[in-house]
Design a protein around this ligand. Structure first.
Ligand SMILES: *Cc1c(COP(=O)(O)O)cnc(C)c1O
Length: 395
C-alpha cells in the first residue's frame, strides 16, 4: 500500500540541485538538457535496488529512462516503495509479460487514418503529434512508440492530418496528444492550434499533457499567451499521487487557469502508487485546490510488461465507492476501462441499484442505507393520479 503522510507539505524548491543558478533551474530547456537518462547518473544520486538495476539495463530496448531534475526531487530516495520512484525508475518486472498483454492493446495502429491521427469515435479524433516526453512513465500505454526505443517508425504526417480533418465534417473535437505535445516549440504549437482553429467544424480542441507535472517550467507566460489566442482550449493533465502536487505544479496550473484553460486530470490506477482510498482522496482534494477537475481514473491498459502495476478491478470500484458521497462530487473521476481492440472508454461504476421493481427503484446510498424511489410518471402510473375532477373525466 502506498502510505501517505497526512497533511503532506506542498514540496517546492531545488532540492539536490540547490547550487544550480535559479535562472537555469527555472528554464525548461535546462531541465530537459539535464535529465537523468542512464543508470550511472541515477546511481550518483541514489542507491538503486537490484530490481531497479536490472530494469535500467533493459530500459533502453523498451522505453527510455528519462526524469527531469525537478521531478526527481519529488522522489523519496530513502524509500524503495516511494510512489514517485515506482512510476519513473524501471524495475526488472517490466521484463515479465503476462498472457493478456500486447504492444498495442487499444488497437490504435489499426485506427490510424493518417500516420499520427487516430479516428475511433465518429465525432472526435486523437492527434499524436510527437513521440517524445519530458519523462517516461513505466506503464505508458504508448511505450511501443514513445521514446523510439522499440524502433517504431513514428512520423506523424501533420499536413495530411489537417487535410483529413478538413474533409471530415463530423469531427468536432480534436485531442492533441503524443508523446507530449507541449515539448513542441511555441512556434509549432501556435501553428498547430491555429490550423485547427481555422477548421470551421472543429468546435473544441484539447491537449493531453504531463508537462505541467514533469516540467512546470514549460508553462511560460509566452506559452499561455498562445493558448489564450486559440480559445476555447481545454487540457487534461496526468497526476497519480498527491506528492506530485508541488508548489510548482500549483503555480503552473494557476497560469493555465488564468489563460482560460479548464483543466482535467487523468490518473491511472497503479499498484503501490494510488490503490487505496486515502491516497486517492488526498490526490483529488489537492487537484481541486489547484482548480483541476478529476476526469478519468483508468484501469491499467494491458500493455506489455506492466502487470506489476495492475490493480484488481474490484479494488478500483471500492476506491470509487470510498469517494462517492464521502467527498465533493467534483472530486470524483469516472473510472473507465479503455476496452481492448479499440472499443473505447467504458465506465465501470459501483452498483447503487439494489433492484428495479414495478414502478420503483431500490437504491443504496453511500452509507449503505436503502431508499425507494417511484419511477413512474403521470402518464405511465394511473395510480399516481389524484383526481380533483369527477373520475369519469379521466377515462
Ligand atoms: C480517449 C480518446 C478520445 C477522447 O475520449 P473522451 O471520452 O471524449 O475523453 C478520443 N479518441 C481516442 C482514440 C481516445 O483514446
Amino acid at each position: 500500500m502506498a502510505k501517505i503522510k497526512k497533511r503532506m507539505p506542498w514540496f517546492s524548491g531545488q532540492g539536490l540541485w540547490k547550487e544550480t543558478p535559479a535562472e537555469d533551474w527555472g528554464s525548461w530547456s535546462w531541465q530537459l538538457r539535464n535529465r537523468i537518462t542512464n543508470i550511472s547518473q541515477l546511481e550518483s544520486l541514489m542507491t538503486l535496488t537490484e530490481a531497479e538495476k536490472a530494469g535500467c539495463e533493459f530500459a533502453n530496448e523498451k522505453l527510455a529512462l528519462a526524469i527531469t531534475p525537478y521531478f526527481f526531487n519529488l522522489i523519496d530516495r530513502e524509500d524503495k516503495d516511494c510512489p514517485i520512484r515506482k512510476q519513473l525508475i524501471p524495475r526488472d518486472n517490466e521484463m515479465t509479460v503476462a498472457p493478456w498483454e500486447t504492444l498495442d492493446p487499444l488497437a490504435e495502429d489499426s485506427h490510424l487514418v493518417v500516420p499520427g491521427l487516430v479516428h475511433r469515435y465518429p465525432d472526435r479524433a486523437l492527434f499524436l503529434v510527437t513521440n517524445h516526453c519530458a519523462a517516461y512513465c513505466r506503464y505508458c500505454t504508448r511505450s511501443r512508440l514513445v521514446s523510439n526505443s522499440q524502433g517504431y517508425d513514428f512520423h506523424p504526417q501533420i499536413e495530411q492530418a489537417f487535410e483529413y480533418l478538413e474533409k471530415t465534417p463530423h469531427i468536432r473535437d480534436v485531442l492533441i496528444s503524443g508523446g507530449d505535445p507541449l515539448l513542441l516549440s511555441d512556434k509549432k504549437l501556435d501553428y498547430l492550434l491555429g490550423r485547427l482553429h481555422a477548421i470551421e467544424h472543429i468546435e473544441f480542441v484539447r491537449i493531453g499533457s504531463r508537462i505541467p507535472v514533469f516540467l512546470p517550467q514549460r508553462i511560460t507566460s509566452e506559452l499561455c499567451d498562445i493558448f489564450l489566442k486559440h480559445e476555447p482550449l481545454w487540457m487534461s493533465i496526468h497526476v497519480n499521487h498527491p506528492a506530485e502536487c508541488s508548489e510548482e505544479l500549483r503555480e503552473a496550473t494557476g497560469r493555465l487557469s488564468r489563460a482560460g484553460i479548464p483543466l482535467g486530470n487523468q490518473s491511472v490506477l497503479l499498484r503501490g502508487v494510488n490503490d487505496d482510498v486515502e491516497t486517492m482522496k488526498e490526490l483529488v482534494h489537492r487537484l481541486l485546490q489547484m482548480r483541476v477537475r478529476p476526469y478519468y481514473l483508468y484501469q491499467l491498459d494491458a500493455i506489455t510488461g506492466s502487470s506489476h502495476f495492475k490493480v484488481d478491478l474490484k479494488k478500483g470500484i471500492e476506491i470509487i465507492q470510498g469517494l462517492r458521497g464521502h467527498t465533493t462530487g467534483y472530486a470524483i473521476p469516472q473510472y473507465v476501462i479503455d476496452a481492448p481492440q479499440g472499443g473505447g472508454k467504458i465506465p465501470v461504476n459501483p452498483d447503487y441499484v439494489e433492484g428495479i421493481n414495478e414502478g420503483e427503484i431500490v437504491l443504496r446510498n453511500f452509507e449503505g442505507k436503502i431508499f425507494r424511489y417511484a419511477t413512474g410518471t403521470l402518464e405511465t402510473e394511473k395510480s399516481a393520479e389524484k383526481p380533483g375532477f369527477p373520475a369519469e373525466l379521466y377515462a
